[in-house]
Design a protein around this ligand. Structure first.
Ligand SMILES: [Zn+2]
Length: 113
C-alpha cells in the first residue's frame, strides 16, 4: 500500500505539471528513489500503469534512478555508501555517522509531448 499512495501523489504532481505546460501527453517520467525509502520500483510501475489509465500520463515511460544509502562520518568527515548491516566508517571504523543520502524520493523530470 505504501507504493500505491506514493504512486498516486507522484501521478498527481506529474499531471499538474503537464497541465501547466499545456501538454497533451506525458512521454517520460524520471524518478529518484533512495534505497532507504524501501520503495520498490517495480511496484510503482505496476500501480502507475492502472492509476494513469485515461490520463495524459497513460503509457508514459518510467525511468528510475535508485540511490544508495550514503553516510558521512562525524569523526573523519568522509562520505561513503552504507552496507545494510555494516554501519561502520570504512576509513576510521567509527560508528558515529549521519545519513546524508538514500532517503530521497522525488520526480526528477518529466518529458511532455
Ligand atoms: Zn570515519
Amino acid at each position: 500500500m505504501h507504493e500505491l499512495a506514493i504512486t498516486q501523489s507522484m501521478l498527481n504532481l506529474v499531471l499538474e505539471q503537464a497541465e501547466k505546460a499545456g501538454a497533451g501527453k506525458v512521454g517520460k517520467i524520471s524518478l529518484v528513489i533512495g534505497e532507504m525509502t524501501g520503495v520498490v520500483a517495480r511496484s510503482v510501475g505496476f500501480y502507475f500503469e492502472f492509476l494513469s489509465k485515461g490520463t495524459p500520463a497513460e503509457g508514459a515511460v518510467l525511468d528510475f534512478t535508485e540511490t544508495p544509502t550514503t553516510a558521512r562520518c562525524r569523526d573523519c568527515g568522509k562520505e561513503f555508501e552504507l552496507g545494510e548491516f555494516d554501519w561502520t566508517c570504512p576509513h576510521c571504523q567509527s560508528n558515529n555517522m549521519e545519513i546524508i543520502g538514500g532517503k530521497e524520493l522525488f520526480v526528477e523530470s518529466i518529458e511532455v509531448e
